[in-house]
Design a protein. Sequence first.
Length: 455
Amino acid sequence: MPRCQQHGGTGKAKRRNPVIYADEKSDTPIVPGKLANKERPVGRSVESVEERGVTKGNVNKPPASRTQCREHDASMGLDRIRRVARQDKNVRFTTLLHHITPDLLAQSFYALSRTAAVGVDGVTWREYEKGLTQSLDTLHQQIHAGAYRCKPSRRVYIPKADGRQRPLGIASLEDKIVQQAVSTVLSAIYEEDFLGFSYGFRPGRGQHQALDALTVGIKSRYVNWILDADIQSFFDEIDHEWMLKFLGHRIADQRILRLIRKWLKAGMIEDGCRMPASKGTPQGAVISPLLANIYLHYVLDLWTRQWRTRNANNAMIVVRYADDSVFGFQKEQLARRFHAELQQRMNKFGLSLNASKTRLIEFGRFAAQQRKRKGLGKPETFDFLGFTHCCGTTRQGRFTVVRLTVKKRMRATLAALREQLMKRRHQPIPAVGKWLQRVIRGYFAYYGKIPANTP
């Protein structure tokens, strides 16, 4: 294994001894002129093989003992990863598994929901906590010895606002812990790579930031056309081989890649039958949001940025949250061209646009005037992250974007409220009032937020 990083796999390779790969499909790095450990002559140092000077200082000294503040050491290691990833966008990290420590596993355990549904193992968060130290030490040893085996996810269904069922995969508790730890390490790399218009499942970002960015972009740029794009069954259609190839651009640690491959291939358990997975990643898995962002980073984000620079002279707005994206254009011809080429791009990587949800509409500050001149009535609307976006005006007559709760989601919420009130009709009125107060607060915390103003 080449030492293309310093301090535990977080540095650059030396220019005189670059890492070379046999071909584009190979994940095995080759260092020219370096002998295997068993083939190295006795007395010949590693430094001489790698064309480095002999190490000075503490060669014969024992390694430093562990400090008491292991969490600080772990965070320092991840900080080094972030720094190297930020400085060199082409570096491949060869040694990452050693960052999966018992302390990081413990942090990952406490980052999980205490009341989450159990997987096929039937182990709850509270039960696992009773013997946490011993369990995590055993899990850590299994991971580093290659003895860790992931379990298939348990398939469950939750209702959607349109009445359909959304399939979810509930992983076992130990799988969740390991996935959370791997996500923490990989996020230190990929958060330096992800582009600014990607908002889904990223630390410090959320739906409201995406909604505000869209509103400000429409109001401050020359946007006359909106392409509301939705990918058909995105999480179910992710191609495993493409996923691993994309990861290989940054990750050269085969142990990490093997873990991810195990999770992708683990499959589902439904009605007592195991269904192997040939594609897709289960919604509900801890690592699925990060894998989805990595997949779309290479399939959509980088391509969109390049297309915008070459064809739209950067006069184009983009906001993506997971598999939902909104694109804004000044000219209809440019928007239709992007729509056609986007479909071709998706098809290349095993994806497709949802024809019923992907729409190109006239929207913006001049949409009302243009449609009135054509005799087409009011501008159309589009839905994004639970809000219906409409063309409106302020009291001063200026253009603004009006956000309303999506009607079908509002109807579904009211129906669920009526059902719950019927179940609670025998409870004391103060108890029902306290519960209803929490529901209303939660609703207004999301849907009652005032949109951002144009800077």
